[in-house]
Design a protein around this ligand. Structure first.
Ligand code: BT5
Length: 268
């Protein structure tokens, strides 16, 4: 992968501009700085290696050299009322690209893409505010293409997988990036639609099953108020929040934030 080959692979995609790095700390950090400066809508930062790749709550995202896709897309328009839906839009775009390889992905709310019940990809949406207004969203996506992208088991909270392992042979990274971006741009006009939520809901992992929602921040700081919610996963609210029926039969809405979802053994 290099800047020329990427530009060639993406000629038909209507991007603002592209910045490529052989190695970088985090593409999201570079994109946030670029967005605060003069980045055009739909500009992209992509790297062959990340040395400080981030997940939520500053967890690490591993991107060893030459093995994955790590990029951040800068969105400047059409978003303000729908920021919470961008993660769903990104997840569905990755799912669309996977479908081209005959693979049916599931979306583990809020931000993981699963194949064979293992994590293939993660999404990190961050925003830039100017004054009271949200100016820009940066949508970071990390995808394990080759098997070398998958971190050692002891570093993981959830089992991981790569496309190389699933398909036998990894797809061309630039082609796969092309497919994700093409899907994203095609889906962008859907961002406010009921259809987006419906499609996102249909792909939700553990739907109809008993799950636990864990407040990671409270766990980390040990300032527990209501650490864990257990319930049956019903679906999504219009803003992409998760809808559960609790063990006590109440409807519970879980908003985005520092939460993780885990399957829970018993049935309700
Ligand atoms: C995520 O966070 O899954 C969001 C990951 C977003 C990464 C992209 S890459 C491009 C852009 N630039 C960045 O710096 N970030 C974005 P979270 O749900 O918090 O999951 C983090 C957890 O995933 C870690 O604590 C590990 O357990 C696990 N993990 C780390 N690297 C992984 C990998 N390559 N494959 C599967 N799991 C991984």
């Amino acid at each position: 992968m290099n800047e020329n080959s990427l530009k060639k692979a993406l000629t038909k995609i209507n991007l603002g501009a592209l910045r490529y790095f052989d190695s970088i700390g985090s593409t999201n950090d570079e994109a946030l700085a670029w967005a605060a400066d003069d980045a055009k809508d739909l500009s992209i930062v992509i790297a062959d290696e990340q040395t400080q790749g981030r997940g939520r709550l500053n967890r690490k995202w591993f991107t060893p050299k030459g093995s994955g896709l790590a990029f951040s897309l800068i969105l400047r328009t059409t978003l303000r009322p729908h920021l919470s839906r961008t993660v769903g839009l990104a997840a569905l775009s990755i799912a669309d690209a996977l479908l081209k390889h005959g693979l049916s992905a599931q979306i583990k709310w809020p931000n993981d893409i699963l194949l064979n019940e293992r994590k293939l990809a993660g999404i990190l949406v961050e925003s830039v505010w100017s004054g009271e207004d949200m100016d820009t969203a940066v949508i970071g996506m990390g995808i394990n293409v080759m098997k070398e992208a998958v971190p050692p088991f002891h570093l993981l909270q959830f089992p991981a997988i790569s496309l190389g392992e699933v398909l036998g042979k990894p797809p061309d990274r630039e082609r796969f990036l092309h497919d994700i971006l093409a899907a994203f741009i095609t889906r962008l006009p859907q961002i406010g639609s009921d259809e987006l939520i419906k499609e996102w809901e249909e792909k939700l992992a553990f739907r109809g099953q008993r799950v636990q929602i864990i407040n990671e921040l409270e766990q980390k700081t040990k300032q527990s108020t209501m650490n864990t919610v257990t319930g049956k996963l019903l679906g999504l609210e219009p803003d992409g929040s998760l809808r559960l029926r609790s063990e006590h039969g109440n409807l519970v809405t879980v908003h985005f934030g520092d939460v993780s979802l885990r399957p829970s053994a018993d049935t309700i």
